[in-house]
Write a protein that binds this ligand. Structure first.
Ligand code: ZN
Length: 156
């Protein structure tokens, strides 16, 4: 079958940004539910098992543009006290929608910490090499949950 709305799609992927491989692996996802980035989901539409492709995804169809308002200064005491806060560390803050929001420490200056709440890949063009390794219909339970069950998916 072809990749279409509500299909469970298995892919093997390599993500490259600026010539550097950032991530690679195998993934099962439920197509058409926004479980993967928009540009990749669009590129996979209509493909079938055995198809390979390279996709270049601009920021607006990946993790969005960088927002300079996402860089802010917060007090050091807002961080867990059990570790020394250093540039490059990542923490999770609670976002406005209640979802965990990853923030990256840019600079520590006395009691003030400059952090960046932009996604680390915001503003980046992503290059994906993707192979479709399987396509199957979703079960009713998977559709009800909006995600894949079993190997590579949720186990519950
Ligand atoms: Zn579930």
């Amino acid at each position: 079958m072809k990749v279409t709305q509500d299909a469970v799609v298995s892919i093997r992927y390599t993500l490259t940004v600026d010539g550097q491989v950032l991530d690679q692996g195998d993934l099962d996802y439920l197509h058409g539910h926004g479980n993967i980035i928009q540009g990749l989901e669009e590129a996979l539409e209509g493909k079938q098992a055995g198809d390979s492709m390279s996709v270049v995804i601009p920021p607006e169809k990946a993790y969005g543009e960088r927002n300079e308002e996402g860089v802010m200064v917060v007090p050091l005491q807002a961080f867990p006290q059990d570790s020394e806060v250093q540039p490059g560390m990542q923490f999770y803050a609670e976002g406005q929608d209640g979802r965990p929001l990853p923030i990256t420490v840019l600079e520590v200056n006395g009691d003030e910490v400059t952090v960046d709440s932009n996604h680390p890949l915001a503003g980046e063009t992503l290059n994906f090499a993707v192979e479709v390794t399987g396509v199957r219909p979703a079960s009713q339970e998977e559709l009800d949950h909006g995600h894949v069950h079993g190997p590579g998916g949720h186990n519950h």
